[in-house]
Design a binder for this molecule. Structure first.
Ligand code: NAD
Length: 446
């Protein structure tokens, strides 16, 4: 459903009227060009704190891009600051100084990335405190620049060098990060080796990836984005949606599998279908999900059971069956789809919030056992995304839901799909155990 307010706010008549009334003016966001994605070609200014760990590696991580590294005198530029060297709260003045001097140079839909060290793994208390402060800083900057359609995010590294840095840095500087704002991506030692020759334009070339709930909405956008990036998508959806699913998969040379994921034999049918095409599976995205909103006292058993079974029960059964084989070993990816409701809770959504919180629990609890097999597991937590699910929300609540974030608008299914594509890419093998919100920095649970 189109956001008429967003269109009005960006029209010649709308702009001055909204300014006069002091109402929010949601900016138009720049997104990946579907015909020519993953291009990085803006000016970039890098700041480096004293004794920073990654400063010299930022350039290496951004090789094979058309970025122009500029100096302090540049008029407009995106900003990366390596704050890993900030070892005390006094030294945080370097961070302040860099952004104080340069934040106004950020272009419309510009990007800010701060690089720090994961505080939990720092032995010095003073250093850990100084690094933890980066979270509040980046989230506040994200709020300041959101009205320009710009985003600010933080990468916490674990001290192993630039190989794990390249994928998150490139993603957070890209147009794919249009609706990912105020987030922290934790990067650990890559679970598999990171190849130095890498296809940044078609990162998923030759990969087989399952997407559930692929007939429409976010799952359809994921299928399209993953196919754009070179993957063969095995799209799954309920038999009732078979026609829609087959049409969608035909358009991207994918495979359609009409299957209710809650069926007892669904895990085996899924594995059988995948093995017809390849012995290995590079990824599975558990996107299928439903809502059945009701206040808890009026919620029927069926509304609870069915939802929990689709949103998390069947996900667990499918993971279990796949992990009983070696299909995903050495490079595979599992991606869950949570929700900000699973982080903040939501009125009338106790069933949904339970299931989506459980998806986050799945990521947290499985991350370390996955590492041993060279697999990563991560989740996205979408906020208000423009789909049939959110089009069903009553008008006033829908308007309110859209404006509740720093970017003052709902996201598009493509925005969630781009983050999923980043998780799935071979170079992101140091990104494990993360739940990244794709919510434009929604206030819910922030
Ligand atoms: P949607 O209703 O448009 O699409 C969901 C798809 O899942 C449908 O095609 C449906 O047929 C399929 N599906 C449902 N039950 C299934 C089953 N048993 N077996 C196989 N397929 C099944 O929803 P959407 O808005 O695209 O949401 C996709 C995911 O994103 C869901 O997990 C949802 O909870 C999550 N999410 C959406 C939003 C949002 O704002 N739209 C926000 C947060 C999270």
């Amino acid at each position: 459903m189109s956001d008429k307010y967003l269109q009005f706010a960006n029209s010649k008549i709308g702009k001055p009227i909204l300014s006069m009334l002091g109402l929010p003016k949601p900016p138009r966001l720049t997104r990946e060009d579907q015909d020519n994605p993953h291009q990085l070609s803006d000016n970039l200014l890098c700041g480096i704190s004293t004794a920073a760990l990654y400063g010299t590696q930022i350039k290496q991580s951004l090789e094979a891009t058309d970025l122009i590294f500029v100096d302090d005198n540049a008029q407009t530029c995106n900003l990366v600051f390596d704050a890993s060297g900030v070892r005390s709260t006094e030294q945080a003045s370097e961070l302040y100084q860099f952004f104080h001097n340069h934040l106004s140079k950020l272009p419309r839909c510009g990007r800010v990335v701060i690089i720090g060290q994961q505080p939990n793994n720092i032995s010095s208390t003073e250093h850990a405190i100084a690094q933890r402060g980066l979270v509040g800083f980046v989230k506040s900057i994200a709020k300041e620049i959101g009205r320009k359609g710009a985003t600010a995010n933080l990468i916490y590294l674990n001290g192993f060098g630039h190989k794990g840095l390249a994928a998150p840095l490139r993603f957070l500087l890209s147009a794919g990060c249009a609706y990912t704002n105020g987030q922290i991506i934790n990067v650990t030692t890559p679970v598999t080796g990171v190849s130095s020759s890498y296809n940044w334009q078609q990162p998923l070339k030759g990969q087989s990836i399952v997407v559930t709930g692929a007939a429409r909405g976010i799952g359809l956008a994921m299928s399209q984005v993953l196919a754009r990036d070179g993957a063969r998508v095995i799209g799954v959806d309920v038999p009732m949606a078979q026609e829609q699913l087959e049409k969608a998969m035909a358009e991207i040379n994918g495979v359609a599998l009409a299957l209710d994921i809650t069926a007892e034999d669904a895990p085996q049918k899924l594995i059988d279908c995948c093995t017809q095409y390849s012995k290995k599976l590079q990824g599975i995205v558990h996107n299928a999900g439903i809502t059945r909103d009701k206040m808890l006292s009026r919620m029927s058993d069926e509304q609870w059971q069915l939802l929990v079974d689709i949103n998390i029960g069947s996900v667990q059964r499918i993971n279990q069956a796949i992990l009983a084989t070696d299909m995903l070993d050495q490079g595979g990816r599992i991606v869950g789809v949570a929700s900000i409701s699973g982080i903040a809770g939501n009125l009338g959504q106790s069933n949904y919030a339970y299931s989506k919180s459980a998806v986050i629990g799945m990521v947290d609890s499985m991350a370390s056992s996955c590492v041993d097999r060279g697999i990563t597991i991560n989740a996205v937590a979408p906020g208000f995304i423009e789909t049939k699910m959110t089009a069903a929300i009553p008008f006033a609540t829908r308007q309110f839901g859209r404006r509740l974030c720093s970017l003052s608008q709902g996201g598009l299914p493509q925005d969630v799909a781009e983050v999923v594509g980043f998780f799935l890419s071979p170079q992101a093998s140091g990104v494990n155990g993360n739940t990244v919100r794709v919510c434009g920095q929604n206030l819910m649970g922030a």
